[in-house]
Design a protein around this ligand. Structure first.
Ligand code: SAM
Length: 575
């Protein structure tokens, strides 16, 4: 029997196993299936007596587990899964469902009464089993055979004439894998499963693999939620407004991330084993119930892992969310919470009035975007940390977007903490970079200097690039500066730079370059919402703008990182 053609259908799909069971994970991993584990939070509290047969209870529980994960993942800011696999196990004696053993004594009681449940057949428990009727793996933890058959039904529908006389809502049945293998086939004696298999309109379930040890039997069921039909069209997209729901709930997700970061939850969990909510709450001085909810939300968002031992950081939380990590986004997250969130709360007024909403958000009108902002050292440093986190992440791609080795001196106007400057001198050892920024910023740069790096080629000069004279250089840099300002200010700045540029001098601009429709990437388009004075530009708009100020040979490099790069040189000179 060749399983590959069936499982191969899942290679490019995002498959999620809605179960924490190591056995189920092992069985699926052993056949080469790649999947993520998102344990279901569905509580196994369905009323058993309301089901006509025990297997129906197991089936419904498996289905609800899978649906809970499928629905939860829809509202996460992550790619929605294509297939969610749920499973449930029950043990029955004389058509009565046995509950799970609560402790060792209970397991002993169960074992002595009925010789089933409460043990692992793959280990010593196997000594108790006289024979198995059905799929051995089903007893171990997952009905692999039945699962593959159901996969086959999903991805290899039978010919039309088969469908006509079968009562299926959506998925036709195949009894063997014959039609899937490359000529390799094996007959199946699964007639008994035909009757036991039932389908419903939202997906599929199976019940099978009954093993007997005299009077006892175990029923395991698997439930798969397929989120895509045969034509690759997302059925769930047609049935549920998942994208809209994701956007609707986006603010909850953002705020959960912001608050967890502010409370330094990711710092507390770094390098520690799993911690319980109560321990974390005690450490950070918060309520246990509130902390538990927040931790669960972070687990739902894929920021934390939750096991019976407690919560721990995911790899990406360790890399990006701890405050001292090399690629920490902590600074930008705090800036988003403290500065951008209040501004976005007033978005409706911003749209109606066509102006920034600083007065509503912070109680005062901002005359100069930055000078008003840097009213305290704490706020200045917070802003610098935000800029630093993004600059540090993007510096290498910006610095290497073009070969800048011919330049000897550069001036990074509005260069803030010097993150890009340091990367430039690291990559181009012959380059000296002057970071030019407002005095409030320059006064705080020492907090952000790289340790262990020879910092001499980077110098800091304070001044106002609209009013003061600018340092001389043969490469000028404007990283995330142009998008902040209205046309008249840009005119002032670019005229000044252009006038200073000597033959062979160049200007490097680092910004997010929009597509020509100006709807992509969404991140840049959304950023525009909070800054009505400036704007994001497309490639052709940057070209037009720079040529207007005497720059030529405008080259644009989409880096794939958070910032793109534009390089141009002064007219009449070749680069
Ligand atoms: N270039 C940095 C980066 O990409 O991470 C920082 C970008 S931040 C959006 C804009 C920078 O311009 C801030 O560091 C700010 O202090 C600086 N800036 C704003 N107005 C300025 C002015 N009039 N003169 C000099 N620098 C200014």
């Amino acid at each position: 029997m060749a399983l590959n053609p069936v499982l191969g259908k899942l290679v490019s799909k995002r498959v999620v196993l809605a179960s924490a069971s190591p056995r189920r994970q092992e069985i699926l991993a052993n056949v080469g299936l790649r999947f993520e584990v998102v344990p279901s939070w569905f509580k196994e509290t369905l009323e058993k007596s309301s089901f006509a047969a025990p297997y129906e209870y197991a089936m419904e529980t498996a289905k609800q587990k899978a649906l809970e994960v499928a629905n939860r993942m829809h509202i996460k800011h992550l790619r929605t899964p294509d297939v969610v696999i749920g499973a449930d196990t029950i043990v029955t004696v004389d058509e009565q469902i046995l509950e799970k053993p609560v402790d060792k004594q209970d397991a002993y009681r169960m074992l002595s009464k009925d010789k089933a449940g409460g043990y692992g057949i793959q280990a010593l428990g196997g000594m108790l089993v006289e024979y198995v009727h059905g799929d051995f793996l089903n007893v171990v933890g997952f009905p692999l055979n039945h699962f593959c058959k159901k996969l086959a039904e999903l991805y290899y529908p039978p010919l039309k004439h088969n469908i006509q006389h079968k009562k299926y809502d959506s998925i036709p049945s195949v009894d063997t894998f014959e039609n899937l293998s490359d000529g390799e086939s094996e007959s199946s004696n699964s007639t008994e499963h035909k009757d036991a298999s039932k389908l419903d309109s939202s997906g599929m379930y199976s019940s099978e693999a009954i093993y007997n040890s005299e009077t006892s039997s175990s029923v395991r069921t698997g439930f798969m939620v397929p989120l895509e039909n045969q034509n690759g069209v997302s059925e769930s997209a047609a049935k549920s407004p998942s994208k809209i729901l994701e956007l609707m709930d986006g603010f909850r997700a953002s705020k959960a991330l912001f608050v967890a970061s502010k409370l330094k939850i990711f710092d507390h969990l770094k390098d520690k084993g799993p911690l319980k909510a109560v321990n974390i709450a005690n450490e950070i001085g918060t309520s246990v119930c509130g902390t538990e909810r927040l931790l669960d939300a972070c687990a739902a968002l894929g920021l934390l892992e939750k096991t019976t031992q407690g919560y721990s950081n995911t790899d990406s939380a360790n890399t990006y969310l701890t405050s001292d990590g090399e690629y920490s986004l902590y600074g930008y997250i705090i800036h988003s919470n403290d500065h951008l969130w209040p501004l976005f709360t007033n978005l409706e007024s911003a749209v109606k009035e066509g102006s920034r909403q600083n007065h509503r958000a912070f109680g005062k009108k901002a005359d100069d975007l930055f000078k008003d902002y840097y009213h305290s050292q704490e706020v200045t440093q917070r802003f610098m940390a935000a800029m630093h986190s993004i600059a540090h992440l993007t510096a290498k791609d910006v610095a290497t977007a073009f070969d800048l080795s011919q330049f000897k001196s550069a001036c990074d106007l509005g260069g803030c903490t010097g993150a890009l400057a340091h990367e430039l001198v690291r990559i181009y050892p012959n380059l000296k970079v002057t970071v030019f920024d407002l005095p409030e910023v320059i006064a705080n740069t020492s907090y952000f200097q790289p340790s262990g790096q020879h910092t001499a080629p980077v110098t800091f000069v304070s001044g106002d690039f609209f009013k003061d004279s600018l340092p001389e250089a043969d490469l000028y840099i404007l990283s995330r500066v142009l998008h902040d300002w209205p046309d008249e200010k840009i005119h002032l700045l670019l005229s000044k730079i252009s006038a200073l540029c000597k033959p062979g001098s160049a200007l490097l601009v680092a910004e997010i370059v929009l597509d020509e429709q100006k709807t992509h990437p969404p991140r840049a388009v959304l950023q525009s919402l909070s800054m009505t004075e400036g704007k994001q530009r497309s490639g052709s708009e940057y070209k037009q703008l720079l040529e207007k100020y005497g720059f030529t040979n405008v080259q644009i490099k989409i880096t794939g990182n958070l910032l793109d790069a534009v390089l141009c040189i002064k007219k009449n000179l070749s680069f």
